[in-house]
Ligand binder design. Structure first.
Ligand code: NAP
Length: 269
């Protein structure tokens, strides 16, 4: 993979750098760029990696990971374009930015791979979906998959599915946090102290997530196993169905997909 430079070491960029170091990559093979000198110094002290300018990163790295906010992309590409070596692999973690935008602005033939990660990257449990651009081949997808496997799981999808991925796993952690928050409120409603309600629900979420991940069973079977005849769970399920929670989730995720499409349009030709 050679030298990797992360352009924009904010939340996601730092999580990736930290994951790469934890997986055994040497700090000498990692570079980053940051706008604020104090942030740069903090990252250098914490991880023993070197902060450089965008121009230096382009000269020295074999793989560039772009992790700036979408609104900063134009100015970054302005700086990158004149100095980028054509064979450098560019990996974009920027939500909603099509590979075509990078291909238009960077030297002709630059391989670009688009990635939609999510925030559990901060704890090494990201779900990332990768899509190759026009000049990226299977070898580039393999390299990016290997890179992101240090911080979670990786799946390849055609770029046309990235809006759906954004709605499902990109925003996905927020839906679970929302559900947990509502369930803690329910605990308060039933008279439990907040701290107890929080512990009960967070550990139930961790346990349920582990069962989903580790057991071979379908989620329906896992739910049925807790739903005994004339029991408490089926009473709760009846209320969830009565209030249209399943339909609300379908509509919510569809709305997130539509917004992602809308945001992407801003970067079309
Ligand atoms: N967080 C998420 O849930 C999530 C999920 C999926 C994808 N993403 C994508 O990941 C990217 C980064 O998100 P984030 O949450 O990590 O944002 P963030 O914390 O704001 O990090 C971006 C960093 O890049 C720096 N930066 C901006 N322009 C730069 C430049 N020209 N040179 C060097 N550094 C520059 C920013 O500095 P300043 O502080 O000066 O602005 C900031 O430190 C975004 O494109 C986002 O769409 C994020």
């Amino acid at each position: 993979m050679g030298t990797i430079a992360v352009l924009g070491a904010g939340k996601i960029g730092e999580a990736l750098l930290s994951g790469l170091l934890k997986s055994g990559r040497a700090p000498e093979g990692l570079l980053f760029t940051e706008r604020h000198p104090e942030r740069s110094a903090e990252l250098e002290a914490t991880y023993g990696i070197t902060g450089v300018t965008v121009e230096d990163a382009a000269k020295r790295a074999d793989l560039l990971v772009v992790a700036v906010k979408p609104q900063d992309i134009e100015s970054l590409l302005d700086r990158l374009s004149p100095v980028l070596r054509p064979e450098t692999l560019v990996v974009s973690l920027c939500a909603g930015l099509p590979t075509a935008l990078f291909e238009r602005r960077l030297p002709s033939g630059t391989p670009v791979v688009r990635v939609m990660p999510n925030t559990p990257m901060l704890v090494g449990e990201a779900m990332s979906a990768v899509s190759p651009g026009r000049h990226a081949g299977p070898e580039h997808v393999r390299t990016v998959t290997e890179l992101l496997s240090c911080v979670g799981k990786v799946v390849e999808v055609p770029e046309t599915q990235q809006d759906a991925v954004t709605a499902l796993s990109g925003s996905g952690p927020a839906y679970f946090f929302y559900l947990v928050e509502a369930m803690i409120d329910a605990g308060i409603l039933l008279g439990l102290p907040r701290a107890v309600a929080e512990q009960l629900i967070v550990q139930s979420a961790v346990g349920a997530a582990k069962m989903l991940d580790e057991s071979e069973s379908h989620p329906v079977l896992l739910r049925e196993a807790v739903t005994s005849p004339a029991g408490t769970t089926i009473n709760a399920i009846r209320e969830l169905e009565k209030h249209g929670v399943r339909a609300a989730l379908l509509a919510a995720i569809e709305a997130a997909r539509d917004r992602s499409v809308e945001l992407g349009r801003a970067h079309e030709d």
